[in-house]
Design a protein around this ligand. Structure first.
Ligand code: NOJ
Length: 604
């Protein structure tokens, strides 16, 4: 895949992704221009009518992902597992859960995705295994001190490492659990059925390398590294972010670099900025890390109608080693975590976004994007506009492109993992199995249920959220400065507005976001861009040129501008109306869509 480093469209460069020889002198850093779509195979599409999504179903639905304009897919764990933590409890690292298909189905999926220009990221969950994993079953029976036993972390007393916090506060009371077979305690940072692997045992690292190479050979383009801060334990520490953990990650990086230097590592490290940035190392650890510090602050800024929390955290985190990039997200398969904010901020967030106790879990909020903002289209758009214009690579959670909601009455975090809503048909078009046999019930409430919120309907409506998202993504893809440019926040004389430029030497874009519910005016200090002409990226409309005085802008409530700061020569001479000059996506031919649907129904 050719990656353009100037203003050319990443989407337009979509070609078949084959195994490549990478020129290490001229790395492309493809992930900097990417947009990632996160999904669970079991939630996406069921091709076998057993009520559970599968690889064949996902392969059939790839065009939805391609049409959205994203360039990579991150798959939640699909490996054999007792599914007591939705697959993050792995019992075999080199297989596919038979509910989702076979390794051949996975191969077929990777081939089809690559042929459509999509990269594939899979999970590497090696902080812990399931207690059903053969390594644990062997360890609990192995003699004390043997290498087999020492695949895990054991104690006779269960009193070591007491400074380590408990993460799953709603379900666990200790990080140690008693194993009657081993007659010893084993260490677990998450559920007690997820014993932590012992990275002090070199055999564990040997196994990790085998797993990496197994999936690399199957053609994956990257790994999302689950729960990386907790890989190593040491007495009198919190057991998080230790130097030894960083050494493990550097060894993982060296392994993939040797095999496929184009493959990336994406760290899940839910930490404060100062502890998250070290996961990039000197460019020799993870290529990307989720921007956990930014995520809650986007929601906070919206609730408080104040851009300061965003500007502060972005300024604190914008200097990264050259090959590195933040992965930005609004929502994912977990709770909206509030672990890394102050108690006061957490309380404010709960008051604003989760007044009912049922909406909270551990130290977070188990809601999807649309329901967090009461289905308010303007706030959904505003948050997405922030997501796609902040420095980093955006990650979109499946279903958020159509405004799917959640079901807080389901256990754990299942409420945000319900079936994808494809159509108003039975089971939301996700599966033709009897409804009672679905892996989770689809959302059916009148506002967000599949009859009201689904892909098929939204494809046919020009103003739908889905079509708006496609438009937003298309515009972002056409401007490399969003993925690669620097960011500078600019005074606007109004704290309810956030104004910032995203610049590359050859391209400058001004973003202005009104976080307030009501109309606001700004006086943006654009003196360094005097003489340039702002041009709306969506409709091509020319704004008055920038002069010596602060630039005056007015914005309706919860709206935003993305304006290219063009030279006089580049700027259009007339104001192109959106309908004519814009890049708004073409609607599929509604009649053709209906015919296809009718045809599909006829074929059962
Ligand atoms: C992080 C995953 O995102 C979460 O879903 C899981 O429960 C924990 N890791 C433990 O594996």
């Amino acid at each position: 895949m050719t990656v353009h480093t100037s203003g050319a469209s990443a989407a337009s460069s979509r070609t078949h992704i084959a195994r490549r020889t990478v020129d290490s002198e001229h790395p492309t850093y493809w992930y900097k221009d990417a947009i990632i779509y996160q999904l669970h195979v079991r939630s996406f599409f069921d091709s076998s009518c057993d009520g559970i999504g599968d690889f064949k179903g996902l392969t059939q639905k790839l065009d939805h992902i391609v049409d959205l304009g994203v360039s990579a897919v991150w798959l939640l764990p699909f490996f054999p597992s007792p599914l007591r933590d939705d697959g993050y409890d792995i019992s075999d690292y080199c297989g596919v859960n038979p509910d989702y298909g076979t390794l051949d189905d996975f191969r077929g999926f990777v081939e089809a995705a690559h042929a459509k220009g999509l990269r594939i990221l899979v999970e590497l969950v090696v902080n812990h295994t399931s207690d059903q994993h053969p390594w644990f079953q062997r360890a609990r029976r192995a003699p004390k001190g043997s290498p087999e036993r020492d695949f895990y972390v054991w104690s006779d007393t269960g009193h070591e490492y007491e400074d380590a916090r408990i993460i799953f506060l709603d379900s666990e009371t200790s990080n140690w659990a008693w194993d009657p077979v081993a007659r010893a305690y084993y260490w677990h940072r998450f559920y007690s059925h997820q014993p932590d692997l012992n990275f002090d045992n070199p055999l564990v690292m040997r196994e990790v390398k085998t797993i990496l190479n197994f999936w690399l050979d199957l053609g994956v383009d990257g790994f999302r590294l689950d729960a990386v801060p907790y890989l190593v334990e040491r007495e009198n520490t919190t057991g998080e972010n230790l130097d030894e953990t960083h050494s493990v990650l550097k060894a993982i990086r060296a392994e993939i670099e040797a095999r496929n230097p184009d493959c990336i590592l994406l760290a899940e490290a839910n930490q404060m900025p100062k502890d998250t940035i070290p996961y990039f190392g000197q460019g020799d650890e993870c290529h990307m890390a989720f921007h956990f510090p930014l995520m809650p602050r986007l929601f906070m800024a919206l609730a408080k109608e104040d851009g300061a929390p965003i500007a502060q955290v972005v300024e604190d985190t914008m200097r990264l080693p050259e090959p590195c990039q933040w992965a930005l997200f609004l929502r994912n398969h977990d709770e909206l975590t509030l672990e890394m904010v102050t108690e006061e901020e957490r309380e404010d967030m709960w008051q604003f976004y989760a007044t009912h106790r049922r909406l909270r879990i551990n130290l977070g909020i188990r809601r999807r994007l649309a329901s967090l903002v009461d289905g308010d289209r303007k706030r959904i758009e505003l948050l997405n506009a922030l997501l796609l214009s902040m420095p980093g690579t955006p990650v979109i959670y499946y279903g958020d492109e159509i405004g799917m909601s959640d079901n807080p009455f389901l256990g754990d975090r299942d409420g945000v993992r319900t079936p994808m809503q494809w159509s108003p048909d039975r089971n939301g078009g996700f599966s033709c199995a009897p409804s009672v046999s679905l892996y989770l019930p689809p959302v059916v409430d009148p506002l967000f249920g599949y009859e009201a919120v689904n892909v098929e309907t939204q494809r046919e409506i020009r103003s739908s959220l889905l079509n708006w998202m496609r438009w937003l993504i298309e515009v972002r893809n056409a401007h490399a400065c969003f993925g690669r440019g620097d960011i500078r926040f600019i005074a606007s004389g109004n704290s309810r507005l956030l104004a910032y430029t995203r610049c590359l030497p050859e391209e400058k874009v001004l973003c202005v976001v009104n976080l307030s519910e009501t109309a606001q005016a700004a006086n943006v200090d654009l003196s360094e861009h005097e003489g340039r002409v702002p041009v709306d990226l969506f409709g091509g409309c020319r704004f008055p040129p920038i002069g010596a005085l602060p630039y005056q802008l007015t914005l309706p409530g919860r709206s935003f501008y993305w304006l290219r700061l063009s030279s006089q020569d580049e700027a259009p001479t007339v104001c192109e109306p959106c309908e004519g000059g814009g890049t708004k996506p073409e609607l599929p031919d509604a009649q053709a869509t209906r015919q296809t649907r009718a045809e599909a129904r006829r074929q059962g």
